[in-house]
Ligand binder design. Structure first.
Ligand code: 5GP
Length: 188
């Protein structure tokens, strides 16, 4: 296993190994199977970062369910302002349904609160959030629906297992954290 990697100009070191990601994902899947027994939830993955977690999580989910995706992006230069737009819209059949939003990481929480508001407009039966990672110190808005969290991590930039640094690193099977402070990311 490689403990240190280089992406672009930055060095990253291992933070969470793939075996631990798999174990935690299995446990969350078991919990979801219990919590949603005899229901048929719609899992909505938030692209792009969720793609590996969503795939692995859904393999652990044995109850009947539907799967959809949404893609959101921040307006350029306003990463921490909370100005978000949908670039791949939400499904339109959420009324009276149980919704589980699947995220790679919750940082400030702005993306999620935007999405949760948009989902609520369709009057679903329930909405919960499942995120692989959470940075509690970075959270700027409380997210009551955040029910399932894989790992709480420090307020540092991470890559791997779906998460990128400037386009690279999404295909790494482990999660790495940056060794040095990235000037461009320090303001995020
Ligand atoms: P939030 O709106 O919660 O601040 O940010 C959510 C999005 O920001 C995530 O879905 C992810 O795309 C990006 N993000 C936040 N923290 C990190 C991080 O440490 N690494 C990477 N690669 N992306 C992050």
């Amino acid at each position: 296993m490689t403990t240190t990697i280089q992406i672009h100009d930055q060095t990253f070191e291992i933070l969470i190994q793939k075996e631990n990601i798999a174990k935690r994902t299995r446990l969350i899947g078991i919990q979801l199977n219990l919590d949603y027994e005899k229901r048929c939830p719609i899992f909505i993955g938030v692209l792009n970062g969720c793609f590996l977690f969503m795939a692995d999580l859904l393999k652990e989910v044995t109850i009947p369910c539907e799967v959809a995706f949404v893609k959101v992006s921040s307006y350029q230069g306003t990463n921490s302002s909370g100005k978000i737009k949908e670039t791949l819209g939400l499904p339109e059949n959420l009324h009276n349904r149980d919704i589980i939003v699947v995220e790679d990481i919750v940082d400030t929480g702005f993306t999620l609160s935007y999405l949760l508001q948009a989902i609520q407009e369709q009057k679903p039966a329930s909405v919960k959030v499942c995120s692989l990672l959470l940075k509690p110190e970075a959270l700027k808005t409380p997210i009551e629906a955040l029910e399932y969290v894989g790992f709480e991590i420090a307020n540092e930039f991470v890559v791997g297992y779906g998460l990128d640094y400037d386009g690279l690193g999404r295909n790494l099977t482990d999660i790495y954290s940056v060794k040095t402070v990235l000037p461009a990311l320090a303001e995020m």
